[in-house]
Design a protein around this ligand. Structure first.
Ligand SMILES: *Cc1c(COP(=O)(O)O)cnc(C)c1O
Length: 430
């Protein structure tokens, strides 16, 4: 397999775009390669600019729940384009998708559309602060909520700390109200509330962490979080940008049976176009401008083209619940196949999975916290990634990202992936 054209393009790209990419995950830096440039997608497959074909488990980092270039999603797009892609006025499709999202998630009585997941979490936090008149927020290490200043924070050496920023350019002031605790650590959670509960505007959490590999929350962890936030009058924000409409139609909140105060969405709800949304209880949401004092806006928010494709995606998912059982079955087969090879070749690796998302961690024992994740062997992952790629299977070029299934993945894809994985695991031990 050669990547000549990709390498050429990458070198050209680096002249005009920092690092050659418009989002860092597209750099194949951590696996020691040039970025692969995509040309076309079809169902479960990506064809790159060199003509190589891959079974794709990146799925645009989550949105492509129905696979590439799905006609279900692009249906009617031409008419929308002809009618005008943006007006700066309200359109009917915005009402329809808002209604659909509120029906899918009972905790969401009202919703506001934005243009990215980053905007959704940033706006949800402002709203939480406006509602509670408090400043502090709590997040968990290893959870990613987009790249706004106050959320680019990791914990220091202790388990409960005021964090330090993970990015230069973020001022001390911007993160001084961000507390960071360890994911899935109930003891620390209790301690945070004891010390700061009355000052907390919100706790923001990925109910299934999907940005440090896949680390599902323990049920007890989320239950106690719900109880404590209620007790202390802080809002609970579920960042469902990945999990919304993926782990089930009603998101992780449906799977866990927990009602957050606010929820953030993105990825799947735009059918592949740039989108985000946040929503929750009416009394909170009605604090937003123009009815309330919390300002939030967007020139292209609720864009007709994005809404049209998102609406197509969501109506299909609503009418075809078998998409979810089918994705889960396929992911389960992968999990079983991967585990078998890990055992056969006695590799220090473990597989985490929930519904249609999973990944292989190269470390001993269970992976339940960021600390566990940090122990993974990224060198072995880089080898594994390349061995998979050479066999036509594209997984994330990073140990710390999820593998996503889509409805378009076939039985044959799954069989081929299991075989490729076995071969990769065999070569790793050589
Ligand atoms: C992707 C992601 C975001 C950020 O969304 P963007 O559209 O990339 O800004 C926020 N939260 C979670 C959980 C995500 O996975």
């Amino acid at each position: 397999m050669n990547f000549n054209k990709s390498e050429e393009l990458f070198n050209e790209a680096k002249k005009y775009i920092p690092g050659g990419v418009n989002s860092p995950v597209r750099a194949f830096q951590s696996v020691g390669m040039s970025s692969v440039f995509a040309r076309r997608g079809n169902g479960s497959k990506i064809i790159d600019v060199d003509g190589n074909e891959f079974i794709d488990y990146i799925c645009s980092w989550g949105p492509l729940v129905l696979g590439h270039s799905s006609e279900v999603i692009t249906k009617g797009v031409e008419e929308v384009v002809k009618a005008g892609v943006t007006f700066g006025l309200a359109t009917e499709i915005e009402v329809k998708i808002a209604k659909l999202i509120t029906e899918a998630c009972p905790s969401v009585e009202m919703v506001r559309m934005v243009n990215s997941g980053t905007e959704a979490t940033m706006s949800a936090l402002r709203l939480a602060r406006g509602y509670t008149n408090r400043s502090k927020i709590l997040k968990f290490e290893g959870c990613y909520h987009g790249h706004s200043d106050g959320l680019l924070v990791k914990s220091g050496s202790g388990t409960l700390t005021y964090g330090s920023s993970t990015s230069s350019g973020v001022s001390e002031d911007a993160i001084k109200n961000t507390l960071v605790a360890q994911y899935n650590d109930i003891e620390t959670l209790n301690a945070v509330f004891k010390a700061h509960g009355n000052d907390l505007a919100a706790v923001i959490v990925e109910p299934v962490a999907g940005n440090m590999g896949v680390v599902p929350a323990k049920e007890e962890f989320l239950k106690i979080m719900r109880k404590l936030t209620e007790e202390y009058g802080a809002l609970l924000i579920f960042d469902e940008v990945i999990t919304g409409f993926r782990v089930s139609y009603g998101g992780a909140q449906e799977v866990y049976g927990i009602k957050p105060d606010l929820s953030c969405f993105g990825k799947i709800i735009g059918g592949g176009l740039p989108v985000g949304a946040f929503g929750g209880r009416r009394e909170i949401m009605e604090l937003l401008a123009p009815v309330g004092p919390v300002y939030q806006a967007g020139t292209l928010s609720g864009n007709p083209l994005a809404m049209h494709m998102g609406y197509n995606a969501l109506t299909y998912l609503k009418d075809h619940p078998e998409v979810y059982t089918n994705m889960e079955e396929k992911a389960n087969k992968l999990e079983e196949g991967f585990k078998k090879a890990i055992k056969e070749f006695k590799i220090d690796a473990t597989v985490n999975r929930i519904k249609g998302m999973l990944n292989v961690f190269f470390t001993k024992g269970k992976v339940e916290t960021f600390e566990d994740v940090s122990k993974c062997n990224t060198e072995i992952y880089a080898k594994y990634f390349k061995l998979m790629l050479d066999q036509g299977v594209l997984i994330a070029p990073s140990q710390f990202e999820a593998m996503f299934l889509s409805h378009a993945h076939t039985e044959e894809d799954i069989e081929r992936t299991i075989a490729a994985n076995r071969e990769a695991m065999r070569q790793i031990t050589e």
